[in-house]
Design a protein around this ligand. Sequence first.
Ligand code: HEC
Length: 148
Amino acid sequence: MRQWARACVAAGASVSLGWLAGCNGEHGAGDDAARVAAEQEVEPFDPALTRNLPPGVTAESAQQGRELYAVCATCHGPDARGTQLGPSLREQEWLHIDGSYEEIQRIVREGVAEPEEFPVPMPPDGGGAFTEQQLRNVSAYVFALSRP
Ligand code: HEC
């Protein structure tokens, strides 16, 4: 994979040959972005986030949510500012939901089978298999992140 990517970059920089079109095709961005993100850490828990938690959610729950968020980071980025595979979760502008804690839980539970702007669907639980409590915790973390 690494070799292939480097060959593409080198060849693309010198001449553009027809057969290299594959470099931008199935072997392209998606795989690479996923690999890069998987190697990244989720950003540290910012204590200021506890001000933004939904009612009844403790700081401990939100911190557990941050650890669970690692599964989301592949697409939404380690800092939740988005990647080529998924939107930023920090813009207060939502494609599918109103941004409430309930709606965040709903979309995480269901996933997004038909994305509006991104190439790959979001699987239910973001691909993690969450318990009800874990789902609430990761959603609370996202809720807090999404607030200014
Ligand atoms: C495989 C990539 C992928 C993973 C993993 C993933 N998502 Fe998503 N997520 C998406 C895509 C794609 C969308 C929809 C974007 C669109 O419609 O264009 C989305 C949408 C969302 C939305 C709604 C955004 C909006 O603007 O309405 C939330 C909230 C969300 N994801 C949270 C999460 C959380 C939390 C996790 C981890 C538990 C997660 N996602 C894991 C790709 C992913």
